[in-house]
Design a protein around this ligand. Structure first.
Ligand SMILES: Cc1cc2nc3c(=O)[nH]c(=O)nc-3n(C[C@H](O)[C@H](O)[C@H](O)COP(=O)(O)OP(=O)(O)OC[C@H]3O[C@@H](n4cnc5c(N)ncnc54)[C@H](O)[C@@H]3O)c2cc1C
Length: 529
């Protein structure tokens, strides 16, 4: 059997980053991706077809009951979200978990919102201040050059604000705020000394075939240009044994194998842990599968009277949105809750046609308080003893609930968002009081409660399960993402996160993956792998 230099499992932001880094340094790489290929001109479907599919699946086939709970499901091609029947998982009845996934080349980079703030040392070293959980074995300085490189590659826009709590990056010019956002910023910063309203750091993109939203059109393309990348789609990885990766052909259901000197597991946080559990790898520490996290979110919707008059809706994605970075518990523990939250939002940007607005002259806005959640030993993923997916692989059983410490941060976040909205002279309202919502008002009313305190998983920033550390006793991988008990296997997606921070995680995950690749190359050169 051919022995590849490297196998990369998954083709989302992390798998694509690994493929780019490894091929550009001369390695012959096989990428195994469970989902199908995607073509730019058909990836996002079209308004009519998407609407038909969404409604059919909502009312009739019920094949995407978890996926449809995410608002983005309704804003794009629902085929970019998994089929929940083919890809089942379980959770205790009283501990719901919403596992929002995409199985296709490019992973969830086709559906993400592309907001890309860096983590600061207030997150990496948070436990030094409050003693909860571990600190990371790395700091911002370890990732700084990788952040720079990836921001340039993805063409991240943003402002340089000189804030220690939100390190500046290698940005293109910041995008413009809307009229509503400019007024909001002025009013908020007049009343609050700590809360800064910034234009977001992120990609300038849309969910359309001509937009560079997905890593497919930049990161993966660079890897393909080297001529050293072989992509195998429809390859559902089941387990790793030694240097061998076992996978199932998604159509033929046949079992196949591939071998490599180095294996990068980038199937997304919980999928990577599921593969490790099934492979019985990384189990020595006793913490594999444990300490899974997501962010919790609390949304506040509102309108600003008069400020929407004659305004066209502005884009809402990536750099086209606003951000209030975390301002609590930075140098000292100054709040009742631990850690903190940042607030993301937009005014005059929600993509709802004007004829559906109930307040025609108002600018409609939302703030989403996005809170850190803490690592808890019993928030975990295990393998189901009975349930298997369509390909015969044991399904995940996910137990994750917000504990009192998490709820305290989330409540403080949502209360702060509400207070800020009111202090800025805006009027909070339910979504159904802002828009006419034919056909889906029942669903929206049902979901409103969840938008006030998101169910675990719902924010799609799930991390943890194979955390990194300095000591094999309490961690699954070392600071480079290498399994302590199988040094040729790197787990560099969100699975290796010891804590969640409050920032959107993907940029930092990609930086950790890129750093892991450099480590793999060095180790291969030294013949250590
Ligand atoms: C609506 C939405 C908005 C988001 N907004 C943001 C944002 O603004 N900023 C941000 O930082 N993050 C955001 N995220 C989260 C972001 O998408 C993820 O953090 C990111 O995609 C993780 O990258 P990944 O490569 O680890 O996983 P994925 O992107 O999930 O890719 C994993 C890939 O692995 C494949 N795979 C899974 N299992 C197997 C297997 N057994 N065998 C082979 N292949 C497998 C999958 O098919 C998939 O292609 C958002 C997500 C969603 C859904």
């Amino acid at each position: 059997m051919k022995i590849w230099d490297a196998i990369v499992v998954g083709s989302g932001p992390n798998g694509s980053m690994a493929a780019k880094k490894l091929t550009e340094q001369g390695l012959k790489v096989l990428m195994l991706e469970a989902g199908p290929p995607v073509e730019p001109h058909t990836a996002y479907g079209n308004f009519v077809k998407n609407g038909f599919k969404q409604l059919y699946r909502h009312f009739k086939s019920k094949r995407q009951e978890q996926q449809k709970s995410h608002p983005t499901y309704w804003a794009t091609n629902p085929d970019l979200f998994v089929d929940d029947i083919d890809n089942p998982y379980t959770h205790p009845d009283d501990k719901p978990f919403r596992w929002i996934r995409g199985r296709q080349l490019g992973g969830r980079s086709l559906t993400w919102d592309a907001v890309t703030p860096r983590l600061s040392d207030y997150e990496f070293q948070a436990a030094k201040l409050d003693g909860f959980g571990p600190s990371w074995p790395i700091k911002h300085a370890d990732l700084a050059s990788y952040y720079d490189e990836i921001e340039q590659l993805l063409e991240v826009h943003g402002s340089k604000d000189g804030l220690k709590e939100l390190p500046d990056g290698n940005y293109l010019e910041p995008k413009a705020m809307t009229a509503g956002e400019r007024a909001f910023k002025e009013r908020v910063e007049k009343k609050y000394s700590k809360a800064k309203v910034l234009i977001s750091r992120g990609l300038s993109a849309t969910r359309s075939p001509t937009s560079p939203l997905s890593v497919l059109w930049n990161v993966l393309k660079d890897a393909q240009k080297t001529g050293r990348l072989t992509i195998r789609t429809g390859a559902v990885v089941s387990k790793i044994s030694g240097d061998q990766v076992e996978f199932i052909d998604s159509e033929k259901l046949s079992q196949e194998y591939a071998k490599a000197k180095v294996i990068f597991l980038c199937a997304s946080s919980l999928e990577s842990v599921r593969i490790l559990l099934h492979s019985n790898l990384g189990t020595d520490s006793g913490v594999l599968g444990r300490y899974i996290m997501d962010h919790s979110a609390g949304n506040v919707y509102f309108y600003m009277p008069e400020l929407g008059r004659n305004q066209k809706p502005a884009p809402l994605l990536g750099s086209d949105s606003i951000l209030i970075p975390r301002y609590q518990n930075l140098e000292t523990q100054d709040s009742k809750h631990l850690r903190g939250f940042g607030i993301w939002g937009g005014i005059g940007r929600l993509p709802v046609p004007r004829f559906l607005h109930k307040h025609r002259d108002a600018a409609i806005g939302f703030l989403c308080a996005r809170s850190e959640t803490l690592p808890h030993h019993d928030n975990r993923i295990e393998l189901s003893r009975t349930l298997k997916d369509k390909w015969g692989i044991p399904a995940a059983h996910i137990t994750c609930e917000w504990k009192p410490e998490d709820i305290a941060i989330a409540q403080a976040g949502r209360e702060a968002a509400l207070e800020i909205v009111q202090a800025a002279g805006c009027v909070p309202a339910n979504v159904t009081d802002l828009f006419h919502t034919p056909f889906v008002s029942g669903h929206i009313n049902k979901m409103q409660k969840e938008w006030k305190l998101s169910t675990p998983g719902m924010f799609v920033h799930e991390v943890g399960g194979a955390r990194m550390g300095d000591d094999p006793k309490g961690s699954v991988v070392n600071p480079f993402g290498q399994l302590w008990d199988a040094k040729h296997v790197f787990v560099t997606d969100g699975a290796c996160w010891p804590t969640s921070g409050w920032q959107n995680p993907t940029l930092t995950q990609m930086a950790i993956t890129a750093r892991g690749c450099d480590r793999a190359i060095e180790e291969l050169k030294r013949l250590n792998l």
